[in-house]
Design a protein around this ligand. Structure first.
Ligand code: KG4
Ligand code: ZN
Length: 350
């Protein structure tokens, strides 16, 4: 059976997204309904509210993508859905939708690991963003989002080795918690990024935890706590005055912590192709530092456009297509799982 087009569904956290993707990575369309405004008053994602919103949004989005692309189910060869890891109630909405459509339309389908999808996002292209040149295996990939901070060697489709991970908070989670204490909305990473542009990065000395430790793990909770303690010592007038400097100093500490391990891993493993992916790779300072670093070391860096860095179904479609092409199929017993399966990733041997 040949697989040309897949309909993909992503509902692992708070973004409902659907996409139609071609097997070479071309994205026919990718739609997403963001729930930020719904969760904002709570300062974080409320799982029950997220899954309820997925149930409201998923079918209208699928109708919309078919209407917009003029595709019908006849042109779709299979379905791909994020089945792990994530919020279980949210994942279930996508999984049940995909299973039902696969059954009714008699199409094959696969369950995809959300993190694998992030790792393959640099292969995506569309009518605005051209196919990246020189992207090939193996590459080093830093996946940084609200829920994850992991460093991988990607050796091929389905061949992923974990080099390091955060031992506590994810980088995006640290951004969001810091932002919340600063009085910004949720999620706050983007506001910190904006504000930091006006600040002095060396104004406050904040910790870069674990950067000299052996291995490639990360830690952000010490930085987050130090920054929050510092904010607690300031009056509201001082906080207002120092706000941009605090953001710039905090952001620089996150960027330094990420870059220290990325630099060491690229050099130790002699990997010259580097991928940044996940919501935090939208950070303008990280992009700037990483691009300069790559230039200086003659590394080839790939950062997907923002729409494919944050949670989206297009990356799920591309990852799912590779699995379908290799012969994998899910059946009606497919269940959602809050964590990755043991077989999804290997620990890298040192
Ligand atoms: O990948 P993503 O959309 O969802 C998850 O899987 O978590 O990532 C969202 C995270 C949030 O923590 C958000 O604050 C962070 O990415 N983020 C940023 C920026 N844009 C989004 N963090 C720092 N700077 C940004 N410009
Ligand atoms: Zn994600």
């Amino acid at each position: 059976m040949s697989f040309e087009y897949v309909l993909a569904i992503e509902t692992s956290c708070d973004d409902t997204s659907v996409a139609i993707v071609r097997k070479d990575g071309y994205v026919e369309a990718c739609l997403a309904a963001n729930q930020d405004l719904v969760h904002k008053p709570f300062g974080g994602v409320v799982p029950e509210i997220a899954s309820r919103n997925h149930t409201l949004q998923i079918l209208p989005l699928i109708e919309q993508i078919f209407a917009q692309t003029k595709f019908s189910f006849d042109k779709i060869d299979a379905l791909a859905v994020t089945s792990r890891p994530g919020l279980i109630g949210s994942l279930l909405v996508g999984v049940v939708t995909a299973k039902t459509m696969a059954l009714v339309k008699e199409k094959p389908f696969v369950g995809v690991n959300h993190l694998e999808a992030h790792l393959l996002a640099p292969f995506l292209f569309d009518n605005e963003f051209t196919k990246p040149k020189g992207l090939d295996f193996p590459y080093l990939a830093l996946a940084i989002s609200g829920g994850h901070t992991q460093l991988y060697i990607v050796r091929g489709f389905g061949e992923y080795e974990v080099l390091g991970r955060t031992v506590d908070d994810a980088a995006g989670e640290a951004f969001d918690k810091f932002a919340k204490r600063m009085g910004f909305g949720f999620p706050g990473g983007v506001q910190v990024d904006q504000k930091a542009k006006l600040g002095d990065r060396s104004r406050f000395a904040l910790p870069r935890t674990m950067i000299h430790d052996e291995g490639y793990n990360f830690s952000f909770s010490g930085l987050k706590s130090a920054a929050i303690r510092l904010i607690d010592t300031l009056s509201s007038e001082e906080l207002e005055k120092e706000s941009a400097h605090l953001c710039a100093s905090f952001q620089e500490a996150v960027v330094d912590s990420l870059m220290a391990k990325l630099d060491r891993a690229a050099k130790d493993l002699k990997l010259e192709r580097i991928v940044l992916t996940g919501g935090v790779s939208a950070n303008s300072r990280l992009r700037e530092v990483c691009t300069e670093w790559a230039k200086k070391n003659s590394f080839n860096i790939f950062i997907p456009p923002l729409r494919y860095c944050t949670d989206n179904a297009a990356m799920v479609g591309f990852a799912g297509l590779q699995r379908l092409i290799s012969g994998e199929r899910a059946d009606q017993n497919l269940s959602a799982s809050a964590s990755s399966l043991d077989t999804d990733f290997k620990e890298a041997s040192r």
